[in-house]
Design a protein around this ligand. Structure first.
Ligand code: ATP
Ligand code: MG
Ligand code: MG
Length: 390
């Protein structure tokens, strides 16, 4: 097995699951994030020189401190200081590997540049355009793309924080206030019938291998449920989605897993929504349901180990996000108490210090021998979920 030390920028739930996967392979990991007990730091004991680092993944000094301890750097979040990573490539003269490449992270972290890249490389994307932060520019964009108009922050977006649905022009002022001073772009409203996602693992030499296509169900812009595999009346839908995802990921440099979010249209067309250059919420299910999890395959790819099979090993799986409804964990505990009584349900809690409304606190994966069994197992969990309709 690899003796290389992996450094992860970011210590949230994705870093935690990466670290847990690394511990099974005895791969040493160092985490950079604020706080001694960030979720990822809790699952891997610091040993010797390899103590975790307390600091921000946007702080160049802290990133260099991390780099000095490790052989391979990777990210669990794209909103890192990419300039610092680019500087390290030159400064370490090839000693340090950064996966995926800083160039990829730079493109992806600006959602407008990312969309341009995807369009220019031939991925199907819906219409979009740059928008300056002024009422006049928003009006001009809506003339071109119509209403409703999806205004998006180019940077630092997650869980829909950074999106504004402009339904009439009178709200342009409000949109600017809500989105603050962030650089913006606009997308044509996409009346999709379903959201789908495909995780793709990319080796350092550019080979891509996709996981099964899944259905993702969002609530208030946040992923709520994932169903694997994708079911459709169209027998070729899954393979088309996988082909589109693989082709999109093939255009980026560097190794690692990538999450590809897509929209399915009434006419069976698929558009790419966005890409994440890291493990992704829509791939949590792979831990219990696939032959190799997205986390293990991320580690394998960035360490140039053979990639693992991405096949499902169960007929049907679902993932339910445990999202805070207030500062209290009570609502979540109600669901996890039920999950403990359901065969095939695996509970993951992320060890976050505080629960907050809208915050991802954990998830539950269910595996089953058929879709019918899956629904039966899922129902009591949904009934116990605050504000959820089974
Ligand atoms: P993530 O947490 O996935 O990174 P994000 O903040 O980057 O989210 P998006 O993925 O751009 O946000 O959008 C969030 C959700 O908003 C999508 O999953 C989809 O439900 C909806 N959405 C995004 N773009 C459009 C669009 N052009 N038309 C209609 N709905 C959209
Ligand atoms: Mg995003
Ligand atoms: Mg998204």
């Amino acid at each position: 097995m690899s003796k290389k030390v992996v450094g992860i920028l970011g210590g949230g739930q994705l870093g935690r699951m990466l670290a847990a996967s690394a511990s099974l392979l005895n791969i040493p990991v160092v985490i950079l994030d604020v706080g001694e007990s960030a979720p990822a730091k809790q699952v891997i004991a610091p040993s010797g020189d390899l103590s975790h680092i307390d600091g921000s993944f946007t702080d160049p000094k802290k990133i260099r401190e991390l780099a000095a301890k490790v052989d391979v750097l990777t990210v669990e979040i794209e909103h890192v200081d990419v300039g610092a990573l680019e500087g390290l490539v030159a400064a370490t003269n090839g000693r340090l590997t950064i996966q995926p490449s800083p160039r990829t992270i730079r493109i992806v972290q600006d959602k407008f540049r990312q969309k341009e890249h995807l369009r220019d490389c031939g991925s199907p994307v819906s219409a979009f355009r740059e928008v300056q932060s002024s009422v006049e520019a928003i009006v001009a964009a809506s003339m071109e793309l119509g209403l409703p108009l999806m205004l998006k922050s180019r940077t630092l977006a997650y869980d829909g924080r950074g999106n504004y649905v402009l339904r009439n022009l009178a709200d342009a002022d409000d949109a600017l206030a809500v989105l603050g001073g962030r650089p913006l772009y606009a997308e044509k409203w996409v009346p999709f019938i379903e959201e789908i996602a495909v995780m793709v693992v990319r080796s350092a030499d550019g080979m891509v291998r996709s996981y099964p296509a899944v259905e993702t169900v969002h609530k208030e812009n946040v992923c709520h449920l994932v169903f694997a595999p994708l079911r459709s009346r169209h027998p070729d839908l899954s393979s088309r989605a996988r082909n589109i995802a693989e082709a999109a990921v093939a255009t980026f440099e560097g190794a690692g897993v990538f999450g590809v979010e897509m929209f399915l249209m009434e006419d069976n067309n698929i558009y790419v929504n966005e890409i994440a250059p890291r493990p992704h919420n829509s791939g949590h299910y792979t831990i219990e349901a696939c032959e190799t999890s997205q986390y293990e395959n991320h580690l394998r790819s960035i360490l140039s180990l053979p990639l693992g099979s991405t096949d499902l090993k169960v007929p049907s799986a679902a993932m339910l996000n445990l999202i805070g409804s207030s500062s209290s964990m009570t609502g979540i505990t109600c669901v996890t108490d039920v999950a403990l009584t359901i065969p095939g349900a695996s509970t993951h809690l992320y060890g976050k210090a505080e629960c907050r409304k809208g915050r991802k606190m954990g998830h539950i994966t269910i595996v089953a021998e058929s879709d019918a069994h899956l629904r039966t197992k899922l129902r009591p969990l949904l009934e116990a979920t605050p504000g959820s309709t089974p």
